[in-house]
Design a protein around this ligand. Structure first.
Ligand code: NAD
Length: 315
């Protein structure tokens, strides 16, 4: 299928060493750049390095860059493609559950800077996204949990019916039933696409997708936590904040679902340090942060919260 979408002679695949090692045959005959895996390499130095290699290969404006990997790879590929030669075509092949349901959708890309998440980047839609669920056969348990964190996020803020469905099953079920998994992935893709099409530049509705992310990103940047784990703890925090701010009464249901999918809902951390990191978040104004809260399961709302009030949530 990839050959129908891009010409091997003027395409380069960016992947990471894990995906390359586990799926080597699929890369045969394609120009490939394999990055060191992990969030620590989602930085400008990696981008510069990829640009050097593209120049060495002789990639010009007619070339296609293909990001085949998890969210780190798809974010870097999207970013490089949007700045290299002022922009070349990009296609994405997400290989983690998280990248399939979230990172590869919506055109946001970029890298971290100075310990802060996604501080540099662009919003630019890919030319194509190719879903190949067979990549998931090699996905480690931890990455399944990460993916389900974002799926639960979509359900919590956008879709009560999906939330109820998730309550009936667990990760083991979805791993054993590829058709149900494929349906779940495409439902999530459609949900996110709908939001992005209504609000690509995140002026309104798209902000709902940051549910759990203000605290989550702060935790992820400061501690050794996987993205999904950090977001899960962030969602549990946002549910409790929703209870305080607008009387949200279904906190227990959200917590139970997160636990059912093997996700953490609590962490010990230095409050001051984390509040400080939350305040450096891109989404804050002078004396307010915009938190995504829940009115009820399936309905998220963006609420301005005074910084003083935010600090009181941690005491
Ligand atoms: P990742 O790319 O680091 O992948 C996680 C791990 O899984 C890596 O070690 C990778 O090598 C490995 N892996 C990938 N595919 C595999 C496969 N098929 N089999 C075995 N191992 C495989 O991280 P991720 O969890 O996919 O994505 C997280 C990143 O996505 C974060 O940087 C986050 O900021 C970003 N993100 C971006 C958006 C967006 O809208 N752009 C949305 C959500 C998350």
């Amino acid at each position: 299928r990839l050959r129908d979408l891009a010409d091997r002679r003027n395409s380069v695949i960016i992947t990471d060493e894990n995906v390359f090692r586990l799926h080597q045959l699929r890369f045969k005959g394609w120009n490939t750049i394999a990055l060191k895996p992990g969030e620590a390499y989602k930085v400008q130095a990696t981008v510069d390095n990829v640009i050097e290699q593209l120049l060495e290969i002789g990639a010009d404006r007619s070339w296609t860059l293909i990001g085949a990997g998890g969210g780190v790879v798809t974010d870097i590929a999207g970013y490089v493609a949007s700045v290299y030669l002022r922009g070349i075509r990009v296609g994405l092949v997400p290989t983690t559950l998280l990248a399939m349901v979230d990172a590869a959708i919506g055109g946001k890309n970029g890298v971290n800077h100075g310990g802060l998440k996604n501080m540099v980047g662009t919003i630019r839609q890919p030319g194509f996204i190719l879903f190949d669920h067979s990549f998931l056969k090699t996905l480690p348990d931890e990455q399944w949990r990460n993916g389900f964190a974002e799926i639960i996020k979509h359900a919590a803020v956008l879709n009560a019916a999906m939330f109820r469905k998730l309550e009936q099953y667990d990760t083991t079920f979805y791993r054993k039933h590829p058709k149900d998994l494929a349906q779940l992935v495409s439902l999530n893709v459609l949900l996110k696409m709908k939001v992005v099409m209504a609000d690509e530049k995140e002026a309104g509705m798209r902000r709902l997708l940051n549910f759990g992310h203000t605290l989550g990103h702060a935790l992820e940047a400061q501690y050794e936590l996987a993205h999904g784990e950090a977001i899960s703890i962030g969602m549990a925090f946002a549910a409790s904040a929703s209870n305080r701010v607008n009387g949200f009464s279904q906190e227990t249901r959200l917590i139970s679902l997160l636990l059912q999918y093997g996700l953490p809902v609590h962490a010990e951390f230095e409050h001051e340090r984390i509040v400080e990191a939350m305040l450096r978040d891109k989404k804050k104004t002078k004396d307010q942060v915009h938190l995504v809260l829940l009115e009820k399961i399936g309905r998220g709302v963006v609420s301005p919260v005074a910084i003083k009030e935010l600090q009181s949530f941690f005491t």
